[in-house]
Write a protein that binds this ligand. Structure first.
Ligand code: ATP
Length: 478
């Protein structure tokens, strides 16, 4: 792959600096502009392949710059950065030709995923072979870890699915249990491994754009459809299409996907020509599709088609014996990623982790380890920087016993039920709340502790309805 050059167009210096730093560390070549005027200059002198564009700039709207790039520099992919609540701007930007959007405040995992996906997509249009090698490498890097009985069963199912060419596979399981990793593992161990793996998160794409993302469109197929574009079914030719969060797919689109499964054909939007769909479809969801069929929010015929071969991923609380292995694995990965030298975890901290029920599953565990590694100055992770929920849980259950995942042993907190999972937004809210608590309500200290600007902290406090004043107990927020 050629040089990965990213131009960040953002007037908030702290955001721009921290993004540059993080992207630099991951091998991207980064430059920044703080205004539209500066950005226009840097488009010429820096020659980025991807532009990360804030929509609120001191000398105008980022949307204007986006239109200009789309008309004059079609070779550049633009990712817009919008406030999470600002769905209108995101849709406007996508219609104008933006490749993707990232909600502020950032979740770094999602952020990097979007950036990597954009480069992967760009590369798909360039040299297919290299694209596969990169993705394959990513899959080799992201291992599925676990030796519990449930994981051994899962590995067997992955093997069966890889070796047989079932045209549809359904992955079920709570959020963060590793459905995407399993989808990739099946693809890269199958006979389709040399063809592309393409993916879409059905919950993240506005309904009016989903059809074009799936099947592509012809130039002028709808207002703003500037150039012909292939969808993920076409891009995956011979490979695998991963439909993540299929439970969130609108009913109208469900029937179109069903038709593709049945006829093995589809059409780009605005085209009269059928295209052969030689792909395997792997769909995933954390929702109860059977219940959705009953309530007529998911098509029964599509469910039965998808459900021919289904794999249910176990929640982490049902395989707590994997926790120490996963912790060791994440410490190794994160040491490499951040150049840290953490050697392990204390027995006490491990006991905290084992007592916890992990509503956000492996993703939440990874985040907890990452957070501790960032804040811990010692060589060993102690309970000190574990999230408040993990600590509270341990205090309530001082003697963690091997009651792994027994039904009825579930923990509820913050109104979030473990059966629903925990959202990224909720995790973020907790982090802010904990930062404020540790800083005794002092916003400057809390911002420093959380490595964000005071403005960003205030913005998030407002968003989550958190108060920052010091209370007599030292607790800062509700
Ligand atoms: N068994 C595992 N071993 C190692 N890492 C794992 C495992 N399961 C999940 N992870 C990690 O946890 C995170 C979440 O995984 P993934 O995105 O595959 O989950 P998911 O079930 O698809 O979640 P969602 O339903 O929210 O999309 C990723 O960082 C992934 O690498």
């Amino acid at each position: 792959m050629g040089e990965k050059r990213i131009l960040i167009v953002e007037d908030e210096k702290l955001i721009s600096l921290s993004l540059s730093f993080m992207l630099n560390r991951r091998g991207f070549i980064v430059d920044a502009a703080a205004s539209i005027a500066e950005a226009k200059e840097k488009l010429k002198s820096f020659r980025p392949c991807v532009v990360l564009l804030d929509l609120w700039l001191p000398d105008g709207s980022g949307l204007d710059l986006l239109s200009r790039i789309e008309s004059e520099r079609k070779d550049i992919s633009v990712i817009v950065m919008t406030a999470n609540a600002d769905a209108d701007s995101a849709v406007k930007a996508l219609k104008l030709g933006a490749e993707d959007f990232i909600g502020k405040p950032f979740n770094m995992e999602v952020f990097l995923h979007v950036i990597n996906r954009t480069f992967e997509k760009r590369h798909l249009g360039e040299t297919a072979d290299f694209f596969h090698q990169e993705l394959r490498k990513k899959t080799e890097d992201d291992k599925l870890v676990g030796t519990s009985e449930a994981m051994v069963d899962l590995f067997k199912m992955i093997k069966v699915c890889s070796e047989t060419d079932a045209k549809t596979i359904l992955l079920l399981g709570e959020s963060g249990t590793g459905k995407e990793l399993v989808a990739r593992a099946i693809h890269y161990h199958s006979a389709r491994a040399d063809a592309p793996f393409t993916e879409i998160n059905c919950a993240a794409i506005p309904e009016n754009l989903l059809e074009s993302e799936l099947f592509g469109h012809e130039k002028g197929a709808y207002t703003d459809a500037g150039k012909r574009r292939k969808g993920i079914f076409e891009l995956a030719e011979g490979g695998t299409v991963f439909l993540d969060e299929i439970g969130d797919m609108p009913l109208s689109m469900q029937s179109k996907v069903l038709k593709v499964i049945e006829t093995k054909r589809f059409r780009r939007l605005g085209s009269e020509e059928d295209i052969q769909a030689n792909v395997r479809i792997i769909a995933a969801t954390h929702q109860n599709l059977q219940a959705m069929v009953k309530s007529s929010t998911f098509r029964g015929d599509l469910f039965y088609r998808l459900n021919v071969m289904s794999i249910c991923l176990p929640p982490l609380r049902d395989r707590k014996e994997d926790i120490s292995l996963l912790v060791g694995y994440f410490i190794r990965r994160l040491n490499e990623e951040y150049g840290k030298k953490v050697e392990g975890i204390s027995e006490e901290a491990l006991a905290y982790l084992t007592a916890y029920d992990w509503p956000g599953n492996v993703r939440e565990l990874r985040n907890a380890i990452e957070r501790s590694m960032m804040l811990e100055q010692e060589k060993t992770i102690s309970p000190r920087f574990l999230n408040i929920e993990i600590k509270h849980n341990f205090e309530q259950k001082p003697q963690p016993t091997a009651n792994h995942g027994q039904p009825g042993n579930s923990t509820r907190f913050g109104g979030v039920s473990e059966t629903v999972g925990v959202s990224i937004v909720e995790l973020e809210r907790r982090m802010i709340r904990q930062g404020l608590e540790i800083a005794g309500g002092n916003q400057t200290k809390a911002a420093k502790y959380l490595c964000i600007s005071r403005d960003t902290l205030r913005y998030r406090m407002k968003k989550f309805g958190l108060r920052g004043e010091r209370k007599r107990t030292g607790a800062a927020a509700t």
